[in-house]
Write a protein that binds this ligand. Structure first.
Ligand code: ZN
Length: 662
């Protein structure tokens, strides 16, 4: 455990709150301490209220903020008096606690305070740090965990808190233990199966203690030969990765989506660490015990699913919940029994979530869980929380989610779209429109810049020549490994060759245009069909056609014919695929000038040809409006949405009105 404190950096953070920001970020940057909002920090400061009176304010991490990137405004200002008064109550429901925490704030527009706010308030020190450090969680989740903790830490410096679910019960438990056991030497608390608190009078003191105490736990693991994980590949993990798994994965995603009640993203990892873990001889016992710390429960669910038996998992889940939950089975209907982690000996580690970001978080968390389980097993045996606590936690988190009033999910949340010709022009705009509607998007393009078009979890850019069928197959395989299936296909890639009369047109040029604008789309539709068939909300295809289909012009024979043939192919697909619930619609744009081929110079030349200004040329249509890539992309995205839910085989012009088309 490295202490990252740096005097020079720290000097830039002057006030107490700024110092709080600095050491919070240091801890947030270390994923073995803090993972995806898994920790929280606070500082107590004196401030003047509106009447000029001094009051003690607890600035505690606000919900929705990540310690790694937190700013001063990410801390919620709570009146300490109010928190301490709440701590004296015998009982406080989750709903009441959430409301009271909000009421305690001096700034109503600050983020909601962490549910652990009262705990921070109770501890009398200026700075309080709380993490779910892997090393602490590993030891507290091991056989004889409590004895080991007592071996590592002196009883006068550390108070051990038996597992209590986060929430008001934990507040009461800590309040009582602290009152009873705290000495002037106390510098921290260990929460069994949960994490660690440290505190101090300065940001540095509290941070140093966190690093030192967690470091001691790491040293203990090293001394017990429970630190270094054997990463050599076992024979059993030499799975044939050449075998196509996209169909299996898409089927699995569909099953889980039905169980969840909404489409999910499914990400598959078959790297050595994942394969080694799924091939452990004791995988059934070690993986079926539940997550390591309460805040992992929801993101990775109660227990991972072993193998691909979705139906059985769901039934077991409901059965266990019925047996162990103190809540009525009515609450069952509020829980989705879909797994968030699947361990499969052939496929590897699979993580799922309502968005690509959620699936990625489940992966991050589960990789830490794998390390924790592996080390705890080396230490003497992994011992997770009993099932009843996990269900209680899951139910509780559900309540918390309700309190947070989550907004309605985006239109394409959990769905996957593939766009060809995605690096520029209409294709690039389609990617943006689909991402904005919540879809995970795969962009294919010949241009290598596609791989870095967006740096986000819900975008995958693949350099690909669409006329190469093998490359298309590989791209689809990679896409399904990444997101789990295919719901929407935007056929956009195409070329617009220089104007040429039929008398001048070579067979080579004709064939080239057909290969790119027509044959490649036929091949992709052929490969994509079995995947689109498995789309939880039905597959959707949008073909970017051209005004040249209904209204061809001289000199564009190859282009017009290729787009007309593609349109005809799409119409046949609409007829053939209706039975599979797949909709195929066609968009005919015209005069979209904000693309790469239309430089200012070319535009001026063209306009001059017609005796028009560039502006007049761009808006030379019935409505006198300019048509942009964004306009085309928005309509293409909407054609995948609800407004077009009962439309297939349609051809919609997007040209500002063209008298030859009308
Ligand atoms: Zn915690």
């Amino acid at each position: 455990m490295q202490n990252q404190w740096n005097d020079k950096d720290a000097a830039r953070f002057t006030s107490l709150l700024e110092q709080r920001v600095y050491t919070s970020r240091l801890q947030g940057a270390d994923s073995s301490l803090v993972l995806h909002g898994g920790g929280n920090t606070s500082v107590k400061v004196v401030e003047k209220d509106i009447f000029g009176n001094d009051e003690m304010i607890l600035y505690v991490k606000g919900s929705g903020w990540d310690l790694a990137t937190i700013e001063a405004q990410g801390f919620s200002p709570c009146r300490l008096d109010h928190l301490l008064k709440l701590a004296t109550l015998e009982q406080l429901s989750d709903t009441d606690m959430a409301r009271e925490l909000q009421l305690s704030m001096t700034n109503p527009s600050a983020p909601a305070p962490s549910v652990e706010a009262i705990l921070h308030g109770l501890l009398p020190h200026t700075f309080v740090d709380h993490t779910h450090a892997d090393a602490i969680v590993t030891i507290t989740n091991s056989k004889n965990g409590e004895e080991r903790i007592k071996e590592i830490f002196n009883s006068d410096e550390m108070i051990i808190v038996p597992y209590v679910m986060p929430g008001f019960k934990l507040v009461r438990a800590v309040a009582e233990l602290f009152l009873e056991k705290a000495t002037p030497k106390t510098i921290g608390l260990i929460l069994m199966n949960h994490g660690i608190f440290t505190f101090g009078e300065t940001a540095k003191e509290s941070y140093d203690r966190m690093i030192e105490l967690v470091g001691r736990a790491e040293t203990y693991l090293q001394a017990k030969s429970a630190w270094k994980i054997d990463r050599t590949t076992s024979n059993s993990s030499q799975v044939n990765k050449k075998i196509s798994s996209k169909q299996t994965l898409a089927e699995l995603r569909k099953e889980v989506s039905i169980l969840a009640g909404f489409p999910v993203i499914l990400s598959t990892y078959s790297d050595e660490d994942s394969m080694n873990f799924v091939h452990r001889a004791d995988i059934e016992t070690v993986s079926q015990q539940g997550p390591a710390t309460p805040d992992h429960v929801i993101r990775t669910k109660r227990i991972p699913m072993l193998g691909r038996h979705v139906e059985k998992y769901s039934q077991d889940y409901k059965k266990y919940f019925d047996e162990h939950s103190p809540h009525s089975s009515q609450t069952l209907t509020m829980l989705d029994s879909a797994p968030r982690v699947i361990l499969d000996s052939d496929l590897g580690l699979i993580t799922l979530g309502p968005t690509a970001g959620d699936a990625a978080i489940a992966n991050d968390i589960y990789r830490h869980t794998i390390e924790i389980i592996t080390r705890a097993e080396m230490l003497g045996g992994y011992r997770a929380l009993p099932a009843s606590d996990l269900f209680e936690m899951e139910y509780w988190d559900l309540e918390q989610a309700k309190l947070k009033r989550q907004g309605t999910p985006k239109m394409f949340a959990g769905e996957i779209a593939l766009v060809t010709g995605a690096a520029s022009g209409i294709g690039k705009a389609c990617v943006a429109s689909l991402l904005a509607r919540g879809a995970a998007v795969i962009g294919l393009d010949l241009n290598p810049t596609i791989t870095s078009l967006h740096k986000r979890k819900d975008f995958l850019g693949i350099q690909c020549d669409v006329t190469d069928e093998a490359a298309l197959r590989d791209a689809l395989e990679e896409s399904v490994q990444c997101f789990g299936g295919l719901d929407m296909l935007i056929l956009n890639a195409g070329i617009f060759p220089p104007s040429r009369s039929i008398a001048e047109l070579s067979t080579e040029e004709w064939t080239k245009v057909m290969r790119i604008n027509l044959n490649a789309n036929m091949a992709l539709m052929n490969i994509a069909h079995p995947l689109l068939k498995l789309a939880p909300h039905g597959g959707r295809v949008v073909v970017i056609g051209s005004k040249n289909v209904p209204a061809p012009g001289p000199g564009v024979g190859a282009y017009s014919v290729s787009k007309a043939a593609l349109t005809q192919l799409a119409r046949v697909a609409a007829l053939e695929w209706g039975i599979d619930g797949i909709r195929v619609n066609i968009l005919h744009p015209n005069a979209v000038f904000d693309t790469g081929i239309w430089t200012e110079e070319v535009l001026e030349k063209r306009a001059l040809n017609y005796g028009l200004t560039v502006e007049q040329y761009k808006t030379n249509n019935v409505l006198h409006v300019e048509v942009t890539s964004h306009d085309v992309a928005e309509l293409a995205a909407e054609m995948c949405g609800l407004f077009f839910a009962k439309t297939t085989g349609a051809q919609v012009p997007l040209d500002g009105g063209n008298d030859r088309v009308i």
